[in-house]
Each structure stands twice: as structure tokens, then as C-alpha cells.
Design a protein around this ligand. Sequence first.
Ligand SMILES: Nc1ncnc2c1ncn2[C@@H]1O[C@H](COP(=O)(O)OP(=O)(O)OP(=O)(O)O)[C@@H](O)[C@H]1O
Length: 297
Amino acid sequence: MTQLLRLDGLNRAFGERQALKDVTFDVAPGRLTGFVGANGAGKTTTMRIILGVLAADSGTVTWGGAPLTRADRRRFGYMPEERGLYPKMTIREQLTYFGRLHGLDAGAVARNITSLLDRLGIGERADEQLEKLSLGNQQRAQIAAALVHQPQLLVLDEPFSGLDPIAVDTVVAVLREQTARGVPVLFSSHQLDVVERLCDDLVIIGDGAILTAGRRDELRAAYALPRYEIRVDGDAGWLRDQPGVTMIDLDGPRAVFDLDTGVEEQSVLRAALNRGPVRAFTPVAPTLAEIFREVAR
Ligand SMILES: Nc1ncnc2c1ncn2[C@@H]1O[C@H](COP(=O)(O)OP(=O)(O)OP(=O)(O)O)[C@@H](O)[C@H]1O
């Protein structure tokens, strides 16, 4: 059964270096959680602790409210940073091995492999050695290995690195099938644009500490800028002379601007309407890159 994964107060040091500091966040059932942070921020260390590859110095990881057991972890799927497939074996042989290792019978494993590889777009490569595939296709095979036993939780370390945009979409579709089954999915990424586009929840880590975590939309609202976009007929350049307006971008009839504290956006809208038709007027949500810069300061 799928459950909520909760990390609570995780600490971990390597010698003098405190790699994790009181790391606390949830990975909710049926949601795609993006785990973002600079190099060395602590993403891989956190994921290794979830999977039991590494022990925390203190803190807990619970699954549905109970401490994680070895049996729980056997039902998890993990794609580690150091990709774990053997270059000389065929994809089908390796996936069969992993599926059997997780206790699936031969028939179920064979069926899962066929359907997974088809959905990942490498069905025709199933009987080739891993090393014969392009790096992007090897990556798809690694993702298949994490999924072959139909895991109840999925943890993926940089699953999109090295994938072209089409492959990213293919992998996202497969991950979405998992969340549709209720599986909590945690993935790390450096690619803020990818995370921004596809995750439901976001966790931002910096130097071992969680900087912010929550639903993507709520974070965007919480870090909202006083920024608006307007589209009028004719040129919008007159906005520059409006009190309290700072122009960010002007392109003929379209303008993006910030408002000083205390300036009502409705007053700007009224001024625009006094000049003619207003075709669009909307707040501009901050991008993930902007939120990241804000919390990482
Ligand atoms: N086995 C280890 N021994 C010593 N230091 C380690 C070990 N594993 C991680 N660290 C240190 O802990 C910190 C966190 O590393 P971690 O790999 O978790 O970061 P990350 O966010 O995954 O980074 P990246 O995006 O570069 O993979 C880093 O300073 C790293 O050097």
C-alpha cells in the first residue's frame, strides 16, 4: 500500500562536515516531489538514508507513520546516482534479475519488463547489451530497473540528467503513471526548468538544510513578486512614467512591471483603461529559479 514518507530531523556528518542539518520534509502519496539544491547540498545523502544505504546520525524516516523496515525498503524503487546496471548484460537479463530479487515470479517480471520498456520507448532494445545503447537509452533502462517490481515508493537521483527533451517527456509520462497509482515519487534535479514544469511539490535544500518545502503553487504564491504583465493596444511605454512602476520588460503593446509597496495594481489598470482597451492584465508568478535565488541568499 502506498503511504506518506516522512523525514524528520535527519542529521548526518562526514568527519567535520555536517552534510545534513535537521532535514525534515514529506513525500506525499500520488505526488511528484522535486528535490532541488546546488552540488553538495545533500540530496544524494538524503536519498541514501531513505533507502537505508547510509545511516543517519540522528532523526527518523517513517512510512505511513511507522519506522521504516527492511521489508518496506524492499518494496521501494531507487535509481542511485552511481547507476547500477552491468554494461555487458542485456537489459532484459538485468531487469529480470532485479524483478526476481524483489520476489516477483517469472511471468510477472516478463510482463512488467515488456510493458515498461515499451512505454519508455526502448522495447526493441531489450535484448541488447546495455553498453551498446546511447547514454540516454541507458538512462531509460536504469529508470526501468527502479520500476520493474512495481514499487510503492520511488526515489530517483537525477533521473533527467543527460536526457533530451523528448526523453524527458517520456520519462515524465511513466512517472505520472506511478503517481496515478498513488506512489510517492521523489526525484532530485539540477534542471530547475524541468522541475518547475513537472513537479507537484518542491523541496529546496542548501548546504544540508531545508530552505523551503511545500506545494509548488503555494510556494509560488508565498514568494510572489509585486510583478504584473499588461497588454494594451498601441505602445505601453507610457507605463514608465506612472508613479510606483518599475519597468522590467517592454515589447510594444506588452509590458512587465513591478510595483512599489503600497501601489495598487488596480490604479495602474485604471490608468491603462483611460488610455484605451486593455487586452490582458495578470500577476506574474515567480519562476522556480527566482524562488531558488531568493531562498538561497
Ligand atoms: N561518503 C562521503 N564521505 C565524505 N563526504 C561525503 C560523503 N558523501 C557525501 N559527502 C559530502 O556531503 C555533502 C553532501 O553531498 P551529497 O552528495 O549528498 O550532495 P548532493 O546534493 O547530492 O550533490 P550533487 O548534486 O553534487 O550530487 C558534500 O559536501 C559531500 O562532499
